[in-house]
Design a binder for this molecule. Sequence first.
Ligand SMILES: [Zn+2]
Length: 822
Amino acid sequence: MTNPTSTPTQSLQHAEALARFDLLTVDGYDVRLDLASSDETFRSVTTVRFQSQGGPTFIDLKPVSVREIRLNGAPVDVDTLVRGRLPLDTVAGANELVVDAVMRFRNDGEGLHRSVDPADGKHYVYGMCFMDAAPSIFPCFDQPDLKAPYTFLVTAPTDWVVVGNAPGTQVEPGTWEFETTQPLSTYFVTLVAGPYHLVTDDHDGIALGLSARASIARDLDADADELFTMTKQCFDEFHRLFGIRYPFGNYHQAFVPEFNAGAMENPGCVTFRDPLIFSSRVTRGVRIQRATTVAHEMAHQWFGNIVTPKWWDDLWLNESFAEYMGNRVTADVTEYDDAWTHNAYARRQWGLVADQRPSTHPVAGNGAEDALSALQNFDGISYAKGSSILKQLNATLGDDVFFAGAIDHFTQHRFGNATMHDLFASWEQAGAGDLSSFTSHWLRTAGPDQIVLDRAAGVVRRTPPADHPADRPHTLRVARAVDGKWETSTLSITGPETPVEAGDSAFLLDPYEDTWALVQPDDVTVAALKGLLPSTDDTLLRAGVWNNVRSAFHNAAIAPADVIDLLEAGLPVEDSDDAVFYTMPWAVAKVAPLAPEPASALRRIHDAAMGKVTSAAAGSTLQLSAFQAAVSTSTDPGQLRSWLEGRVLPDGIGLDLDLRWRILVQLAVLGETDREELQAALDAEPTARSRVEHTKAVASLPDAEAKAWAWARFTGEVDVPNYELEAAGVGMWRSGQEHLTEPYVERYFADLPGTVEKRSGWVLADTAAVFFPSTSLTEETVAAAKAFIDSDGLDLSVRRRVVDATDELQRRLAIRQAFPAS
Ligand SMILES: [Zn+2]
């Protein structure tokens, strides 16, 4: 990775943001960028007009070099720019700052990211300012509550198209003028520029656009109808629910390369990771994930973009709200009416696991002192748990009050900033009553309650997390099996013990995820599930069963052997490709290695997957998801080869880029391919996806050279883009390759601190997580990790990832201890 600046910069302190907010009002930014003169750097000439109370302050700026700075016409000494901050001596009233600087294109998915498509050598650029990268594109007062309008003028190569937050026009070849935007926070500013393939449409007076790299133009065209249709359906629904028009002009959705997040909600120009443009067949669940992402980013246009958190510690509210609305609107108005089932498989455990980590935190912000520490708590709790709690709030208040409060919030703070307190005041105003108890128990107290059935006592016990006392009421459905059928009733929990009639029947708590709590099946239920799971046709309830089982496994409360039994029992009747897509890889990666006989467990999973490939309708996405699982569990090189060569493929399965690479990666794990064959496969289809899969395959080979090759990417000795770096980490640590990887356990803790010199932001943290020695299931590794966590001077994001990975390792050791291999 390219380090964004030659010197480290400072994270903005909350106190500094408050002081600057009191001092300044920003009238506007005029930004002129020249993207045409170099592949490495670009010229950025920015005029900032602002009002000041008068006195000293600073502006954020992270350039390669500065040509000239003038404040109110007078030159400013360039050497005063230190660690990303330029001191300014402002006058009372109107001020004008002009900065002429040279900035660096980045390759870590932040700032102005520039990448080369390996398929055709074309260059692509996009801006990602979240959360503190804007100053590496233009000088700015980089905090969410100093909003201002932006006017961009961009010079680019003549074969490029340039899209921004506001509508733009190419006024002469290579020169693009943009209209002035509505007031935006600095972290929303973007620009998407390159020889992108563009598709346009319009709806209800809003010009719609889609774009992706030229080499995947055909794939974008194939999906354009689906994407435009859901975008239009969502616009209609958001307009109906909010009663406030989308105010940012055009709505462009850009699919961009090497994007770190799923997507970013920049007003008028949302950016998405471009693996969301499918070059191979995908499951329905993968399409639902894309649909909910589209709807999530649209929800942000109101919640987040019209009204923005005043400070980073309220960022969770953006995400919780968009997550809830994204699922709801997708389920209600698009073809993906099973979006909530998808959510149960794809998101629930993400939040629940995060909430059980030692690093758990309240959903609501903790008054983070600086920007970077606020970012540490931006996780599954902010999205999945927060969304679940807003869903509960909606169920309690009803739509009328819920949306009246939201609309009041949008109206009162339009194009401004607000806090959680403001939103809850709007809800109370709208008739919600006193919400202080709700916020303190659900949003300001960390951890999930545990809700457990005590069969002998005939009660359900509610236990708040030991370190985070709370008194939370729960309203949830329970399912009791009577004569082989599930009967559902509603249970209201208001105290530590609630009487229930379970008898000796299987009994499931919260199978429909009405509340947020840790629930697990008891032994009687586990024993009965093998018969009951296949006998219900309720897809959402089956998803609830799997979440119960996964929570139990996470807490060493169900034997790996029972999980494999359940998988074998349930798979034949399963009709949701999400069930297969999310349950099978989890069973392969987490359960099988801890089963009494891992090889036999893996074979049983494989046989179950193959059974499903045969029994599912030929050509269905259910069959596809089963085949994906069959590939990644195959230990038979002959079988894999026959698939790769297309000799004996199951009816309904066609080889495409995705499946070819899945097979090659599995052959690599088994040591049944070599670098030459992998290189030939890459050369035959040198796409961006192939490069990533090629990296994963090479790193997975069971030899010392492969592990050293992957390690050179981790340490930064070999510089590769973010997706390839992640793939190298996935390939590095493979169950069954411990004899090769054990020497790297010590090296991980020795080399990790040095990675701070090589990379920053998302990539730094993600790399720390993916290269963690996850297959080293020993007390020694836990001890080494704990010593590392306790060491001084660690980067916050690196430390956080190691804390979480260590917790995972300890839990896996606990499962092994509870269920030894006899
Ligand atoms: Zn979001």
